[in-house]
Design a protein around this ligand. Structure first.
Ligand SMILES: C[S@@+](CC[C@H](N)C(=O)[O-])C[C@H]1O[C@@H](n2cnc3c(N)ncnc32)[C@H](O)[C@@H]1O
Length: 252
């Protein structure tokens, strides 16, 4: 939590993405100096560290910043009456869970995350952020993996997620957490899931994905490319950043 009592939503660029190449760049520099100038590694790793450093700055923190605008894309696609239970998969420091609780004042919201080492996110910060936002009585957090959700089939009226499925490491097939998301959604429930769905290696083509969801019994599904939104700077449009961003939305 920041000192001024504003929420801390953190950065999507893991610190190690900056620190590891910066260290490798330094080591390459030392090796280069010792061997009278072989500076390719120094330059290469330096550029990578700089790229992720600048991206982290672009992505960083607070309302009204880049991350907030990307999360807002999910919110803007939700057509729900707010009655019942919502699930935010891979909630991070809970920006989306809190937005949901604020927009739907009678909804109960559950945020789950594995809170691994890659990010500086935690359940404790989620709870503090929810308190600061005045929604802690309707938002709860659980430590779980998106690959195996601890909920019965047909539990939630709304399921959302932002930039999570491609990050799930405990299963190889990134469509497994997607299947989990839809399994726990009630029949007739709404889903709005944003991720790097244009990465064919993980998800196949958009048409493949739509067919797959239909084969799982989903009634309606739409694939919306969001990586071309005007507010997204060119620098972060590489596919592994947000250049493959898309939304899957529909009704089960
Ligand atoms: C790029 S961050 C996005 C966080 C959040 N959705 C947001 O919009 O700020 C990716 C998130 O996925 C979570 N994550 C990665 N693997 C996970 C897993 N197996 N189960 C649940 N969450 C996972 C990470 O802990 C992290 O919070």
């Amino acid at each position: 939590m920041k000192k001024d009592n504003t929420p801390d939503y953190g950065s999507w660029v893991p610190v190690k993405m900056i620190v590891i190449p910066a260290l490798l760049s330094l080591i390459s520099l030392l090796i280069g100096l010792k061997n009278h100038g072989f500076f390719v590694g120094f330059v290469l790793f330096g550029v990578i560290a700089l790229y992720f450093g600048i991206s982290s700055y672009i992505f960083s923190k607070d309302d009204k910043h880049f991350q907030d605008q990307v999360e807002q894309l999910v919110m803007d696609h939700i057509t729900w009456d707010g009655k019942g239970k919502a699930l935010d998969i891979g909630c991070g420091n809970a920006p989306l869970s809190i937005k949901l609780a604020k927009k739907f004042p009678t909804a109960k919201v559950t945020g789950i995350d594995s809170w691994g080492k890659n990010w500086n996110y935690s359940m404790q910060v989620c709870q503090k952020n929810a308190e600061v936002a005045g929604v802690s009585d309707r938002v709860e957090f659980q430590h779980d993996s998106a690959s195996s959700l601890p909920f019965d089939d047909d539990t939630f009226d709304l399921v959302v997620s932002n930039l999570v499925f491609h990050e799930v490491q405990d299963v190889k097939d990134k469509r497994i957490p997607l299947h989990e998301a839809l399994r726990v959604l009630k029949t007739g429930g709404i889903f709005v899931l944003q991720d790097l769905f244009l990465l064919k290696a993980y998800f196949g083509t958009p048409q493949d994905l739509i067919s797959l969801l239909k084969s799982w019994g989903v009634k309606e599904v739409e694939f919306i490319k969001t990586c071309d939104e005007d507010f997204i700077p060119g620098l972060v449009k590489l596919p592994f950043m947000v250049g493959a961003l898309a939304i899957l939305k529909g009704e089960k």
